[in-house]
Design a protein around this ligand. Sequence first.
Ligand code: NAP
Length: 263
Amino acid sequence: MDLEIEGNAALVTASSSGLGKASAIALARDGANVVVNGRDEDRLADAVEEVEGEATGEVVGVEGDLTDSDDTERLVERTVEEFGGLDHLVTSAGGPPSGPFLETNDEDWYDAYDLLVMSVVRLVREATPHLRDGDGGTVVTITSRSVKESIDALVLSNSVRMSVIGLEKTLSKELAPEVRANAVLPGAHETARIRELVEQGVERGDYESYEAGVSERGQANPLGRIGDPMELGNTAAFLSSPKSGYINGESVVVDGGQSAGNL
Ligand SMILES: NC(=O)c1ccc[n+]([C@@H]2O[C@H](COP(=O)([O-])OP(=O)(O)OC[C@H]3O[C@@H](n4cnc5c(N)ncnc54)[C@H](OP(=O)(O)O)[C@@H]3O)[C@@H](O)[C@H]2O)c1
């Protein structure tokens, strides 16, 4: 399917690895010009090279920390400078630490809010005039299936990410009709984040080994495996495309059917 985004300008945050990178690749494969972002210079340079290898348009790396308001402002400015506008904003971020409620302190909660919610607030505020200027602006927010079903030992993700869904639903009304806003809710996909969570689970004694943890997570899924990051990235690109033009304000779960809710 041609996503009809050739020549459009896209900013994908936290895209030097994992789900953000997969989304950048999916957009770049269909001809969008893409800004790739992360904090670590070397990881970012590697990701830019990888995305470029799949791209027909331009790919630019912009370093920046999503918890820094100056950096988020600069990310949007640089995208507009490089590509002459901004059509598609895809927000990813790092993940909050895992662990039970009683092991979290105030700082953990504020940090999680800053990383997961305020980064999106600031990016969308900065990006909106540009998204409205174009022909079919979109915001896609990568969150987690934890907003549908709470996940054990992820109290910060289970709680804080709900705000992003409220924000996205509000944006889908307030920014329409020029801009559509949707969220994607990944289940487990094989990225550095999942490696980190499984390794923390091994340390807590939840799993015997890393391999056992990955296998257990896969077996708990109706499809018998954890996801390939591109399966999430392709969904983010589809939601950015005019081919999904009547989908607005939705939270699309990409978890192989793991969540048990009927809706
Ligand atoms: N993978 C999964 O199965 C899964 C499932 C549900 C939800 N999620 C959520 O989806 C999001 C992405 O996960 P992932 O699996 O793609 O993780 P990942 O592979 O670890 O990638 C995280 C990316 O975010 C960047 N990053 C982290 N903190 C940042 C910051 N403050 N500013 C800018 N960039 C930052 C990292 O680069 P630098 O460190 O160099 O900055 C890296 O590029 C996370 O919120 C995660 O919790 C993931």
